[in-house]
Each structure stands twice: as structure tokens, then as C-alpha cells.
Design a protein around this ligand. Sequence first.
Ligand code: ZN
Ligand code: ZN
Length: 410
Amino acid sequence: MTDFQKNLEKYAEIAIKIGVNLQENQSLVIRASINAKDIVRKIVKKAYEAGGKDVLVEWSDDEVSLIRFMNAPKEALKEFPKWKAEGYAEMAKNGTAFLTVSAPNPDLLKDIDPSRVALSRKTSAMAMKDFSFMMRSGKVNWTALVIPTESWAEKVYPDLTTEDGLHKLWDDIFKITRVATPDPISAWKEHINNLQAKLELLNSKKYKKLHFKGPGTDLTMNLPDDQVWIGGGMTTESGIFCVPNVPTEEVFTAPLKSTVNGTVKSTKPLSYNGSLIDNFSFTFENGKIVDFSAEQGYEVLKKMLETDETSPYLGEVALVPHDSPISNTKTVFYNTLFDENASCHLAVGSAYASCIENGGKMSKDELEGNDLNTSLIHVDFMIGSAELNIDGETPDGKIEPIFRKGNWDK
Ligand code: ZN
Ligand code: ZN
């Protein structure tokens, strides 16, 4: 086996053992791009070796998606197969695990009318909302990982040949996902323990307010009294610990949606629905985005915020030190999973229900009643930099430094 094949094998093992943590006799659904077939075949094998019951692979193809966006009548973009939405919800209810392998193509839809893309995304988000809710509220174990593609490599490394860029991007990914360590499974366990220590600190502090200050950013938000900081992984209702994002460097919680005030500026480009949004900023008043600007992708951003009434509210606040493996590659990946884990970030749209105590058992109305946002979208955007400071206000009104110059104060 070549070194590359060995690394691919390790990556597949991380996906099954750490990422989704597939249990004996548990079935698995893999959603993957056809560009990911080599690793998907290894993952399927690892799944059965781990005692998995059955594995169903649902393939997608960028070219087919593009042809559809270019040619399908608008009516088709308003429809989503009911059997598929119900099937996913049913599998989730029956204890199936879910794994996504994406092969990003950042500019795939750049020539498609953003309103067509937004319509199609909204249609599928509406149809799959029960399933998404179950994923977000800890009913199923799941994970998502990424593999490079030629078009992605060209975007990240425009000065290299496609082949060299692809090679470099694989190397980055093997580094970032700890594949390139002597014992990746142990390295992951140690990493998860380190994140756990930060969670314990934040969960014991119970800051009632956070204040972000950096170039172009001056933003405050209150946190729920019964806030829960989450990171590294999550334990499902049935007690399975999974790591939904490979890689993951963040600890996060949900703000009280109506308390967000001030302005925040993005520090990395955001790839959304196949388009790039760059150098953008939001101004919040009592939780709602009342003004925004973008040097690139303004229309895409506007459409995104118009998805539903609750889209222009925050659902997530996440802390990531500037000094961390992805950030240290000093590379903009034009991919949210990688860029968000290199940087402190916020998300517009839905909060994760488990970010307040007993949130997993709450309906959407109950979450809204607790001032947590629920929406069809959840879009992370990056605000971290070497110049970001974050203060926390303790329940008895003391102001403490949490981040200084982009990193944990202690
Ligand atoms: Zn996040
Ligand atoms: Zn997020």
C-alpha cells in the first residue's frame, strides 16, 4: 500500500471510530460525492469491521447538480421527494448513524442565479427539517468530513499546478485531521480531552454577557442562565459520543437572540451555496441584523438573510484560538468546515438545542420562548483574528478577559 493509501485508510478509521463512532449492529447512511468513492469504499469496509449492521451510500454528483440548476424549470426547484425526507426521518428515528463526505467545489454555482439556488436549498431544508432537527438535537450520531477536489485545490493554491495543489491540500487535510500523527485515534482522544477542559471552565463560569472587540468589530450578546458550552463531540440521547465535525477545534454555545447588539466584521471569505461572500459586516439591533455590507457576494448574502423571518438572527457563538492547527496553516480554505475551525465564528440562523439545559427535549416554540433562534438556515461566518479580544461578564458583574490577541487568556 502506498503512503497515500495508508493515510486514506487512517482517515476512514477516524471517520468510523472517532467521527460517527459507529456501534455494533448499528446501520450507517453515507452521503457522498462520487469524487469521494475511494475513501467511501474504505469507510464502508471499516463500518462493517466495526460491527456495523448495514451501510447505505447515497451518491451525489456536482455535474448533475449543475445541469439541474441550469435546466430544470423553477417548479422543479420547489419540489422535494417526500419519500426521501420521510425516509431520512424514519432512519434517524430507528437509530441509524449518518456520515457525510463532501468534496467541495467552491465555484460550482457561481454562474447560476442565486435566487434559483436559494429556492432549491430552501425547498430541501423545509422538506428535511425534521431530520435536521434530530441531527441538531442529539437524536442521532453523525459526522462530516471533507476530501480535496481539483477545483478546490485550484482555489486554495492558485499559484500551484492543479496536481501539486491537490497534493498539498491532501497533506493539509491529513495534518489538520491528525491523520499524519503516529497514532491518530489517541491523538484525537487527547484533543477531545483538551477541548473538554475548556468546556468545563466556561460551563462553570456561566458568563452572562460576552463582548467581542477587534478591527471593525464591537459586539455584545447575553448568554442564557442555563447555557451549555459544547465542543469536540456530543453524546446522543442513547449515550453514543460522536464527533460531528472532522476536524473540530471549537467550543460553542447559543446567544440569547434578542440581546445581540453592535457591529461585527468578517475575517475570512464565506463560501455559501457555491458562491463567495467576502469582506462583509453585520450591524445588530436587539438581535436582528438591521444593516449589512459586503465587498463581494452582496446579493447572495441578502438572499441568505431573507430565507425566513429568523435568518437575520444569531444562533451560535464559537471560540477557536488563533493559534490552532488549521489557523497555523495560514491558508484560507474557502470551506466553512475548515475555515470555521481556524477562527472564532458566529452563525446566523438556528441555534443548537443542546446549548441550553434540556434544550434537546424542547420544541421549536419552546426554544424560541427561551430566546434561542430557530431557522431553516445555519450559516457560520468567521470573525477571529490575531487582534480579537473577548471579555466575559460573570453573573455577579465582574469583567474577565477570555481571549486576548486571538488566543485564550489562560
Ligand atoms: Zn461552529
Ligand atoms: Zn455552526
